[in-house]
Write a new protein. Structure first.
Length: 254
């Protein structure tokens, strides 16, 4: 009887141990999963900070001709080919500079008036160029040598084209009125700059004190032409010495 009781107790203990083993394994797996998650969380916290933004270099101050060219720019929205759009506006920070936005890119440009009358907006970074002519504008990629977008028309350009219907069109030139206005503005800017320069007092000349002894003697010019020979003078006669004759001695009488 005792043996049977002992065997029964042993079987019960074995069954309890087998039943508790899955729970222990599950608890161990849960602990491992928690530790891995905590490790991932610790690694996720080590995020590399982005580098600081580059320091902005200020643009040079605009001059009279640049401001005159900026006044000739058509500001606002342009309707371009393939139902695309472009925006042109004054730069809010620097006078005389233009911001051209196409897509997600904005270019800061310096306006200049070419000899043909076309308006050039040159990117300060040398990446793009906007060419504004009488009836359209074109944005170009300078580095790649290709057009970014073409046939961009401002309402003023469309109006100028409609007014010029039936007249010979100059595709690469601005209208005569625009060219004349730009020339007058440039001349006025140059005159104003010249007036400011003339009004500025001239600096007084600075004279350095020079000691009399420090003045170098004037250099006498030496002629390289050989001088004519000087005629020889006749030799002076040797001086004649006249000696007084000694008195003759009287003969001695004996």
């Amino acid at each position: 009887m005792m043996i049977r009781a002992f065997v029964s107790v042993a079987l019960l203990l074995s069954a309890a141990a087998v039943a508790a083993q899955p729970a222990a394994v599950a608890s161990a797996k849960s602990s491992t999963t928690t530790a891995k998650a905590a490790g991932k969380g610790a690694k996720a916290k080590k995020v590399v900070e982005p580098p600081p933004p580059p320091v902005e270099v200020p643009l040079p101050a605009s001059e009279g001709e640049q401001n005159a060219a900026a006044a000739m720019t058509h500001f606002g929205q342009y309707d371009c080919e393939f139902s695309q759009r472009m925006q042109v506006a004054m730069n809010p920070k620097y006078d005389g500079y233009i911001d051209v936005t196409f897509g997600k890119t904005t270019y800061t440009m310096k306006p200049t008036l070419s000899t043909t009358g076309a308006l050039r907006l040159e990117d300060v970074k040398g990446e793009a160029l906007l060419l504004q002519i009488a009836y359209k504008s074109m944005l170009m990629d300078v580095k790649a040598g290709r057009r970014i977008v073409d046939e961009c028309v401002h309402p003023k350009q469309l109006e100028a084209k409609n007014n010029a219907a039936g007249q010979p069109q100059q595709a690469l030139l601005m209208s005569p009125e625009q060219v004349a206005a730009a020339a007058q503005a440039a001349a006025a800017a140059q005159a104003a700059q010249a007036a400011v320069t003339a009004a500025a007092p001239a600096p007084a000349p600075v004279l350095a004190a020079v000691e009399p002894a420090a003045v170098a003697p004037a250099t006498t010019a030496v002629s390289t032409t050989p001088a004519a020979p000087t005629p020889a003078l006749p030799a002076a006669a040797a001086p004649v010495t006249i000696e007084a004759a000694a008195p003759s001695q009287a003969p001695v009488q004996r």
